[in-house]
Design a protein around this ligand. Structure first.
Ligand SMILES: [Fe+2]
Length: 263
């Protein structure tokens, strides 16, 4: 997550609805219209099924209460608007409570292709379809539960599991690589890159993931691939705090990305 942002949270009314203007609705329309063909081609079938179930609008920014009503019936999850940047403590606590924290602003056109901080296109279009899947939903909650029990010093370790699965995970589908993660569903350039021959593809392994450093501002040089979404049920049953301790003992892998240039 970036440390600062030029965007301000949109404030919801008492029912949780947010007033977006015509320009903001237009940005949503243009983003989703551009992204849908690539998503249909490269995203996992579970994501596409979730997208179908949620039936989100293309002509305006969706509203969290509408998405929550559909999610609630399926997996008990809901989506709640939050400020653009929230701390890890609150973030993990909300996941443990089956509440997805959604940044409520939508990007400006100058950030149409790429924005470092998550906006509502990333949150709703990227994240919520897979929260209709019981295994994915349970795994997301398990990461939150581990986060509420772990030391603050362990946040940066635990968040790698979130990063390489919920944000940037891949899955094998009939022998072909498909994308699962929200950061891929909402990125016009990283989605095809992730399943190309360019990056390294490693098997989903919790300890290996916890030991893998990442940068948020580049296309990932390595992705982790699960064989079956139900494998996430097994991951959710693990003692993730013991896994973090083991990963700490083994140490971080050397980064596969170049060091960030000083600003
Ligand atoms: Fe995200």
């Amino acid at each position: 997550m970036p440390k600062s942002t030029e965007y301000e949270a949109k404030i919801a009314d008492a029912q949780g609805f947010i007033a977006y203007d015509a320009e903001e609705d237009g940005v949503w329309h243009d983003l989703i219209t551009r992204q849908l063909p690539a998503v249909r081609q490269h995203m996992a079938r579970q994501y596409l099924h979730g997208l179908h179930l949620l039936d989100m609008p293309t002509d305006r920014v969706p509203q969290c209460p509408d998405i929550s009503a559909r999610l609630g019936d399926l997996t008990g999850w809901r989506v709640e608007p939050v400020p653009a940047l929230i701390g890890f403590g609150r973030f993990f606590g909300m996941l443990a409570d089956r509440t997805f924290p959604a940044a409520s602003f939508i990007r400006k056109r100058k950030h149409f292709d790429y924005i470092e901080e998550p906006d509502i296109f990333h949150e709703i279009f990227g994240h919520t379809p897979l929260l209709t899947d019981p295994a994915f939903a349970r795994f997301s909650q398990a990461i939150g539960e581990a986060g509420t029990r772990c030391d603050k010093a362990d946040y940066s370790w635990l968040i790698r599991l979130y990063w390489f699965s919920i944000e940037f995970g891949l899955i094998r589908e009939n022998g072909a690589l498909k994308a699962l993660g929200s950061g891929l569903a909402s990125s016009v350039t990283e989605l095809p890159w992730s399943i190309s021959a360019g990056p390294e593809h490693r098997p989903f392994d919790v300890i290996d993931i916890l030991r893998t450093p990442y940068r948020i501002d580049i296309h990932q040089p390595v992705y982790f691939v699960i064989d079956d979404l139900d494998d996430l049920f097994a991951a959710a049953r693990r003692d993730l705090l013991a896994d973090v301790a083991e990963a700490r003992r083994l140490g971080l892998h050397a980064p596969k990305y170049p060091p960030k240039q000083a600003a």
